[in-house]
Design a protein around this ligand. Structure first.
Ligand code: SF4
Length: 292
């Protein structure tokens, strides 16, 4: 078996990929809403450990086509080592067509466009980046490294290197106070960066996070179900017509959505409008059925 340590998280769209754990935890780990890697201190696994896992994985999945490098921020691995890992993967699994990973603003900042191009030539063609919000106030509130502007720059840099991006945003992250500006300014940074894929999650508050305590102290007020839909509608109305895949099919979302933009954007807005106007509770997933 592969040497997975602790909880291993992957994006929903990597369900059929081989998950190869090359780092432990998250290099930032400061976001107040995120329960993901609170049990782990960030570490890059040794090349020997990773090569052992690649060898083991070959026995089970010799023809695998997609590989996801976990945990958080695999792109922060020094270029020389990352190239060794990618070369080993390509040598072991000749059928591989895509290698993907989570990356942070920091790790994208640390790589030059030339280095990113080098990685792209080794089939590293998709990177998942957490924008979370495009609003400065909300960004400050969640205490994440970077800024909305830096997020835009990081996606443009990936584009220059020919690497596609999947950007995560979180509905409800501004709470009741910042809902409108969160939606509007998130649409704005998506317009400016134009990622190939957008994944919208809906905020769920986990017990082991600072945000949980803020909710208990009423310093943060969560959005109700229909308010989340209204926020999504504002975001979609403010998106420009650029080509991308839009997903809101994570377990946390009230309505599962998977759409091609710009073609399906207006239909989606009309659908949301109808549900909101009719207060159609039946169209929504029940809160107990949502999950992280
Ligand atoms: S949201 Fe992403 S960057 Fe922030 S702590 Fe969680 S895994 Fe790390």
């Amino acid at each position: 078996m592969l040497n997975y340590q602790g909880t291993v998280i992957r994006p929903p769209s990597e369900a059929n990929s081989l998950i190869l754990q090359v780092t432990l935890g998250c290099s930032d780990n400061s976001c107040i809403f995120c329960p993901a890697y609170k049990d782990k201190k960030f570490k890059i696994k040794s090349i020997e450990e990773i090569e052992r896992d690649i060898k083991t994985a070959y026995q089970y999945y010799p023809d695998i086509r997609k590989i996801f490098l976990a945990d958080g921020d695999a792109l922060i691995i020094p270029q020389k080592d990352l190239l060794i890992i990618l070369n080993k993967i390509l040598e072991t699994f000749p059928a591989v067509i895509r290698i993907s990973m989570y990356a942070s603003v920091k790790s994208i900042e640390l790589k030059t466009v030339e280095e990113l191009k080098q990685l792209q030539s080794k089939k590293m063609s998709l990177v998942y980046v957490g924008f979370e919000t495009g609003d400065k106030d909300v960004y400050q509130l969640i205490r994440k490294y970077g800024s909305p502007q830096k997020n835009v720059e990081s996606i443009l840099k990936l584009k220059q290197a020919g690497i596609k991006s999947n950007v995560t945003i979180i509905l409800g992250l501004g709470g009741q106070r910042f809902s409108f500006q969160h939606a509007k300014n998130t649409a704005d940074i998506l317009n400016r960066s134009q990622p190939e894929q957008i994944a919208a999650l809906t905020l769920m508050v986990a017990g082991n996070t600072p945000l949980y305590n803020m909710c208990k102290l009423k310093q943060f007020r969560l959005l109700k179900d229909f308010d989340v839909l209204k926020e999504l509608k504002i975001l979609l109305e403010n998106l420009q017509d650029f080509k991308c895949l839009f997903f809101a099919n994570h377990a946390s979302n009230y309505i599962p959505i998977s759409a091609r933009f710009p073609k399906e954007r207006q239909n989606l807005i009309s659908m949301l409008n109808k549900i909101i106007i009719n207060c159609n509770k039946k169209a929504l997933k029940k809160d107990f059925a949502r999950g992280l």
